[in-house]
Design a protein around this ligand. Structure first.
Ligand SMILES: [Zn+2]
Length: 158
């Protein structure tokens, strides 16, 4: 589901995001309009929240590949029909975009599965985890997170 995020201080709409969006990095961002700090709900602090194991599941990528392949097949089939029957140049846009988009989806899905299977993704997550732990050494950062009501595990408490 799509959500809007507004600055807690000035209420300016800052972005829309999908609830399942998950980015890794500092949670603290600054409002472009009023300069107030806020916690970005899209971000996860790995040292606090832990590495989510579902990052290493191949299910959703396999599904994306299947759906991509289906639309690619539909695109190729339609293009094939147009080739024999002839079609307005404008009508070619549909099968061609089907084929291009599904090609990108399939390649991206295969790449994700490749990085999971080879352990590259786990390495990347571990690197992000170390970066997160380094951020947790900054007492100013911890203080600000707590001030914004973020739950901090005991080991990082000030
Ligand atoms: Zn603001």
């Amino acid at each position: 589901m799509s959500r809007e995020f507004h600055c807690p201080s000035c209420d300016k709409k800052l972005f829309t995001y999908e609830e399942r969006t998950r980015k890794y990095g500092s949670l603290l961002k600054e409002c472009k309009k009023c300069g107030a700090q806020y916690l970005d709900p899209r971000y996860y602090e790995l040292a606090i929240d832990g590495i989510p194991e579902d990052e290493f599941g191949v299910g959703r990528y396999s599904l994306a590949i299947l759906i991509g392949a289906f639309f690619g097949w539909r695109g190729i089939r339609t293009a094939n029909i147009y080739m024999y029957t002839g079609a307005d140049p404008v009508r070619w846009l549909l099968p061609i975009s089907f084929i291009l988009i599904s090609f990108i989806v399939v390649i991206a899905g295969l790449y994700e599965i490749f990085t999971i299977a080879t352990g590259l993704k786990r390495k990347k997550m571990e690197r992000l985890y170390e970066e997160s732990k380094a951020r947790m050494k900054d007492s100013g950062y911890i203080y600000t997170l707590q001030k914004h009501g973020y739950m901090i595990p005991e080991e990082y408490n000030l």
